[in-house]
Unconditional design. Structure first.
Length: 99
């Protein structure tokens, strides 16, 4: 499984090409603030919702600290998706958030 740091994610966001970010926290956590354009796919329901993802895309997966996103990446990777775990999660994020 590929992993990047928060700084590497911020650098990718600054590039011209858009990236796909999946937030696997729960709805209430997501509502308290998330990275702009991050889509919510809560880990607790991921096994029921992941089919909405495109296997041709690469997804950067984030949670609060990195544990749930790692589990989500393992599940998605085993299902044939291209994923990158964001180490440190939203706890390490010091960029702009939206509500």
């Amino acid at each position: 499984m590929n992993t990047i740091t928060i700084q590497q994610l911020k650098d990718k966001i600054k590039q011209e090409e858009p990236i796909k970010i999946i937030d696997v926290r729960e709805q209430d956590e997501y509502n308290m603030g998330h990275i702009e354009d991050a889509k919510l796919y809560a880990l607790s329901t991921l096994d029921q919702t992941y089919q909405g993802l495109n296997q041709d895309e690469e997804y950067y997966v984030i949670c609060k600290a990195g544990g749930r996103s790692m589990k989500a990446c393992q599940f998605l990777e085993a299902s044939g998706y291209k994923v990158v775990n964001v180490d440190g999660g939203m706890d390490a994020w010091d960029g702009e958030i939206v509500f």
